[in-house]
Design a protein. Structure first.
Length: 690
């Protein structure tokens, strides 16, 4: 009798999603089928622990609704009518259409991508080569982090900060604009260790988040007022002389000017702007100014309002005033991504543009861009759109306009996807992409200091191809029409691209191949002796570079575009942080995670609900001048009075009236970094008729 044995293998990989943790994964495969995805216990940062979302990754990879063959639209835009076609037919037609448009004006072609994968290969390699060779419009990829990132650039010289593991040694941690339990789980483990050792944890957030529940104190400020709070803290540090004068003198630039500005912000003024008790601001300043090893973990929620860049700048100045940087358990972290030595130019090949300088279109204003008829200032009308690693119809602001733009019958749209998202529904072609379990990639992080390698654990399902493979194959079809696309750099395979990303760097390739990760050598306390990467080498309270850009050289409080009461029709501020079980619009269609969320909700304060005769669970209409969104009221104690919280980002097709919260957000941009203002929004709420 013949005996058959299950063949079990494990493969090391990396989580691809837009999260600071960038976990190391281990995928268990039995007879070619991935059965389990878990955290790599050998990776010190991951420690064998994954979030609830990524631990369900096999459910995503083997989802019954996954797109596994190329699809061509066979009905009107948005009808959901598609016909399967071969790869050759799809790529030949796409190449022909793009070539014809580019022959008239290549800037009429626009790539649209973001962080559906954070990988260097599947996120920003062969795709960039393709569009650079074509001369397509460039995309300003602003939708998440540019306001905060550029603010740090003009303050510290880059996205640099504390090493996350040393928060375990801190004595005070300010968790500012971050629901760490849901969006930064491994930092939270270090914070909990510090708490067990006696540290005080303080949450600063307009929403009483799950993280706020677990902190010693919560400052529930109004959206967009973080800079006012930071300036008031500076005021108290100055008047009580909780300052490190030596550090300020040696390692900062613009102290006299900052001091003058901060003295204009006594706690009483900030309390009125922030909607906080004066005593709470004074106590926070005392705690911060008198506690050694004081650390700040600030996240991107802070920078999603008009003054978001100034807010990050103001907060980033605080550790330099107290000298907190002297200790490895003091300082601040927003992002660590500037430490990575990846060879982006070698991957992306901007030199293929040669002398061409295509226009740049801001992804946060894609609604207006797609509806623009074209003129001398804007350039040609967008005629073709290639979308990958993003779901703009759901995630971009002012989605009424975004949906109208995508619905244009004359817009040729190609979408690389795993599922029929809101964006894929509007495509002319949908091309099946691999998931993280099916391709090579290499990853950095914006929350720790390790490089991770992702190996394919299984063969691609169906006819799925990696993003890089799709653009390689598209280039081969373009080469029949334009011989420039036959060049050798369009033939590098995915594993070769991984090697290109780290060629000539200090990344240990042997460790990467053996362990799945390699740690970068970075200082424990990056700014203990100054050494900022700014032009002056100092922490720049005053930035001449910002002044040259026409931006206030000093941090200041910049009020929101939309303030409650400025229009009596819309008295409530709305913020829209991610639901705990989703990552932006990813995982919305994973049944177990969607069941955990239940349905689209708007959190309301009991008084705001009572004055509108709204009870918990009621069907409600949230509206402003841009649109309306129907969802259900949640009166769960998390919203402060005057602020409602629309948990996102549901696919529009899951909404009761075919919308999500971005029906209400606008396309105006942040003070620094040209980013979106998702949390700078006013609305009215009313109970729906029975």
């Amino acid at each position: 009798m013949q005996h058959f044995h299950n063949i079990v293998i494990t493969t090391k990989g990396a989580c691809p999603h837009d999260c600071p943790d960038t976990c190391a994964l281990v995928t268990t495969v039995i007879d070619g089928v991935a059965t389990k995805v878990s955290g790599n216990p050998d990776h010190p940062f991951t420690g064998g622990v994954l979030c609830a979302k990524v631990s369900k990754y096999t459910e995503r990879t083997y989802h019954a609704e996954r797109v596994l063959q190329p699809l061509k639209r066979s009905g009107p835009k948005g009808s959901g009518q598609f016909t399967p076609v071969s790869w050759d037919e799809a790529l030949s037609d796409i190449a022909s259409r793009l070539h014809a448009i580019a022959a008239r004006n290549p800037e009429a072609v626009l790539p649209y991508s973001y962080a559906g994968t954070m990988g260097m290969v599947q996120g920003e390699s062969m795709d960039r080569r393709f569009f650079h060779q074509l001369g397509a419009s460039l995309l300003d990829r602003t939708i998440c982090s540019t306001a905060g990132g550029e603010a740090l650039l003009h303050t510290y010289g880059g996205k640099l900060g504390m090493r996350v593991q040393f928060y375990a040694e801190s004595r005070l941690i300010l968790i500012w604009g971050s629901n760490s339990i849901g969006s930064n789980l491994h930092f939270w483990r270090f914070a909990q260790e510090a708490k067990r050792n006696g540290a005080r944890l303080i949450c600063i957030d307009p929403r009483r988040s799950e993280t706020a529940d677990k902190c010693h104190e919560h400052l529930q400020l109004l959206p967009g007022t973080d800079a006012a709070l930071a300036l008031a803290l500076m005021h108290e540090l100055i008047v009580n002389d909780w300052l490190d004068h030596d550090y300020i003198a040696r390692h900062t630039l613009g102290w006299d000017e900052l001091r003058e500005r901060a003295l204009q912000w006594p706690p009483e003024r900030a309390a009125e702007v922030c909607g906080l008790p004066v005593a709470q601001i004074r106590q926070l300043a005392r705690d911060y100014g008198t506690t050694p090893k004081a650390a700040i973990r600030v996240n991107y929620g802070v920078q999603r309002t008009r003054g978001g860049g100034n807010a990050i700048r103001a907060i980033a100045c605080l550790p330099a005033l107290t000298g907190a940087w002297r200790d490895r358990a003091g300082g601040l972290l927003l992002s660590s991504s500037s430490i990575y030595p990846f060879k982006r130019a070698a991957l992306q090949r901007p030199d293929l543009l040669v002398q061409r300088r295509p226009r740049t279109i801001n992804m946060s204003a894609i609604g207006d861009a797609l509806l623009h008829a074209g003129d001398a200032q804007f350039g040609p009308r967008v005629e073709a759109l290639v979308v990958y690693n993003s779901n703009p119809v759901a995630v971009a602001p002012d989605s009424v306009k975004v949906a109208q733009g995508f619905a244009r019958e004359d817009l040729f749209t190609v979408v690389l996807e795993h599922f029929m998202t809101d964006t894929a529904d509007q495509a002319d072609y949908v091309l099946p992409a691999t998931t993280q379990l099916e391709h090579w990639d290499i990853h950095g992080s914006y929350g720790h200091s390790d490089v991770l390698l992702n190996r394919p654990a299984i063969a691609p399902e169906g006819q799925a191809r990696s993003n890089a493979q799709i653009f390689r194959d598209l280039a081969a079809h373009m080469a029949r029409l334009d011989p420039a696309f036959a060049a050798p750099h369009f033939q590098d395979d995915d594993e070769a691209l991984c090697r290109t990303a780290i060629a000539g760097t200090n990344v240990d390739l042997d460790s990467l191949m053996r362990d799945g990760f390699a740690s970068l050598v970075v200082p424990d306390a990056p700014f203990a002796d100054g050494g900022f990467q700014t032009p002056s080498g100092k922490c720049e309270f005053v930035s001449e570079n910002l002044a040259r850009l026409g931006v206030n050289a000093l941090p200041d409080h910049v009020p929101n575009y939309e303030l409650p009461g400025s229009d009596p029709r819309y008295p409530l501020a709305m913020i829209s942080p991610p639901a705990r079980n989703f990552l932006n619009s990813t995982f919305v269609n994973v049944k177990s995670l969607r069941n955990s969320e239940g349905r689209p909700l708007l959190e309301m304060h009991p008084d705001d609900a009572a004055s509108r005769a709204i009870a918990d669970g009621d069907r409600i209409r949230v509206h402003n001048a841009r649109g309306e969104h129907v969802c259900h009221a949640s009166i769960n104690g998390r919203a402060r009075q005057g602020v409602v919280v629309g948990l996102g980002i549901w696919w529009r097709k899951n909404g009761e009236n075919g919308t999500n919260v971005n029906e209400l957000t606008h396309q105006q941009l942040t003070d620094i970094g040209r980013g979106p203002c998702f949390y700078d929004c006013v609305v009215q709420v009313e109970k729906c008729a029975a």
